[in-house]
Design a protein around this ligand. Structure first.
Ligand code: GLN
Length: 487
């Protein structure tokens, strides 16, 4: 039997059902790894050891009775943006540093119902705003491949935790790339589902028309298992879509013969590092050998996605974050003089610099006099980008390209220049603007650092994306690599 932490979700779930090991045993192994790595990686904001061991013991009783769900006894972690009843949910912010949610997010409730055991809440950029995990009030997360580098963001804690095998799977959210980008920089598989596939109820809102919950796991097969348990219509989220959840696991094995892959011309631009491009081209060769056909497609409006996103996302965040006012919950300043003072100081103290920058930008683009010039214009260009994708999917089944322009960068390298930081998401934002599903899979290394291949498909094509990712992972072993020091 290989070591327990080398096993993915699927293998662990099967091993638990076969009673080859117990859930308590697993929880102990992974909790030990989490605690040992915390000083080096800072991947967690809260570790819920006692609750986890109690839940694992309960899972073992269910397993002994031969009942239970698809994930009974399997340890997971949640990005600290999903509300967890009775456990602090900070969203990486001082503003919510003391917030204990009275209810579970739907994703949390669904994974609980499937039997998963939560070990803790992972670190993240403040309110999911960032690409490097450096905006967290709880300090940056380090990349397990090289602790001098960032893990990507905003789901950097979840990504680092899965890459270092501190946990076999974690939830994450993606507003402009926050699942796919850290997956690429940490060498794991990250799936952002179609907008509306997974309920946003209980996910602290950043930009409501873009936010979508998804998975970080070692493999596409594990993502399929986790998504199957997370997805589905939720009457508590009016933007969740009433549509049957396919059995993503059963769909994994379909042959790729004849799959039409579009190469996005705009993704192979001058910003893409040549060594990264080489890894992507090699991955595409693997797809050709599996029977796929490659053609070039162009999405002429895609280069506008970063400026469009940095109008739309701040606009929505300025509205969403207005609720944090020091009155009902969250951080409240000491001894406010009057109501205005309470608002000003609570928000001034509770939010970090990046959040303030976005709230100010968003308030500006929504203000009378600028609304038409910025917000309305951005919404129009968003439609054009969406139409570009629709046109592309008339001739190809999926599009492929890099997830990021470069491998992981040094901590501090981009913090003084927000625009450089924002350009990191140049390849991922388009899918959010169009509401499309996307997956990033590890496809090799540049030096010692992992590189991600991105696959984007039409709305609700998660089964096809996971199938394509799984076939690639059957032909390669990049997704099995574990950073030195965590093997
Ligand atoms: N990096 C992007 C941002 O800073 C995307 C974040 C995300 O997807 N949550 O907004």
């Amino acid at each position: 039997m290989s070591e327990l932490h080398h096993m993915g979700l699927t293998e662990l779930a099967a091993g638990l059902r076969a009673r080859r090991f117990s859930s308590v045993e697993l929880a102990e192994v992974f909790l030990g790894r989490i605690e040992a790595s915390q000083p080096a990686l800072n991947a967690f904001i809260s570790v819920t050891r006692e609750q986890a061991l109690a839940d694992a013991a309960a899972a073992d009783r269910i397993l002994a009775a031969g009942t239970g769900g698809a994930l009974t006894g399997v340890p997971i972690a949640h990005k600290d943006l999903f509300c967890t009843q009775g456990v602090r949910t900070t969203c990486g912010s001082r503003m919510l540093g003391n917030f204990v949610s009275p209810y579970d997010a739907t994703v949390v409730a669904k994974l609980k119902a499937a039997g998963a055991v939560m070990l803790g809440k992972t670190n993240m950029d403040e309110f999911a705003m960032g690409s490097s995990n450096e905006t967290s009030f709880f300090g940056p997360v380090k990349n397990p491949w090289d602790p001098r580098l960032v893990p990507g963001g905003s789901s950097g804690g979840s990504a680092a935790a899965v890459a270092a095998r501190l946990v076999p799977g974690a939830t994450a959210t993606d507003t402009g790339g926050s699942i796919r980008q850290p997956a690429a920089l940490c060498g794991i598989t990250g799936l952002k589902p179609t907008y509306g596939r997974v309920s946003r109820y209980g996910m602290v809102a950043f930009a409501s028309s873009l936010d979508q919950g998804g998975t970080l796991t070692a493999s596409a097969a594990d993502a399929a298992l986790m998504l199957r348990e997370m997805a589905g219509f939720d009457p508590k989220d009016s933007t969740s879509v009433e549509r049957e959840v396919p059995d993503y696991v059963a769909a994994l094995g379909a042959p790729l013969e004849g799959l039409k892959i579009g190469l996005l011309r705009e993704f192979f631009d001058k910003g893409l590092e040549p060594a990264n491009e080489q890894r992507i081209r090699e991955a595409l060769k693997v797809y050709e050998s599996l029977g796929a056909r490659l053609t070039e497609v162009s999405l002429p409006n895609l280069p506008l996605s970063v400026p469009v996103y940095y109008v739309v996302a701040p606009a929505e965040c300025s509205s969403n974050l207005a609720r944090f006012d020091g009155v009902r919950y969250g951080h409240r300043c000491e001894n406010p003089r009057d109501l205005m003072d309470l608002y000003r100081r609570s928000r001034g103290e509770g939010f970090g610099a990046e959040v303030k920058r976005r709230v100010m930008t968003g308030t500006y683009v929504l203000s009378a006099g600028y609304y038409d010039a910025y917000y309305l214009k951005a919404q129009r260009v968003r439609q054009l980008i969406s139409a570009d994708f629709t046109r592309a999917f008339e001739s190809v089944d999926v599009v492929m390209g890099p997830t990021t322009p470069t491998p992981a960068f040094a901590l501090g390298a981009k913090t003084s220049d927000p625009i450089t930081m924002y350009l990191n998401d140049i390849y991922t934002i388009g899918a959010n603007l169009a509401g499309l599903p996307g997956v990033s899979v590890p496809c090799g290394f540049v030096g010692e650092l992992p590189v991600g291949l991105q696959i984007v498909g039409p709305h609700f094509s998660e089964a096809r994306l996971l199938n394509a990712a799984h076939a690639y992972q059957g032909a390669t072993d990049w997704h099995t690599r574990i950073p030195r020091g965590f093997a």
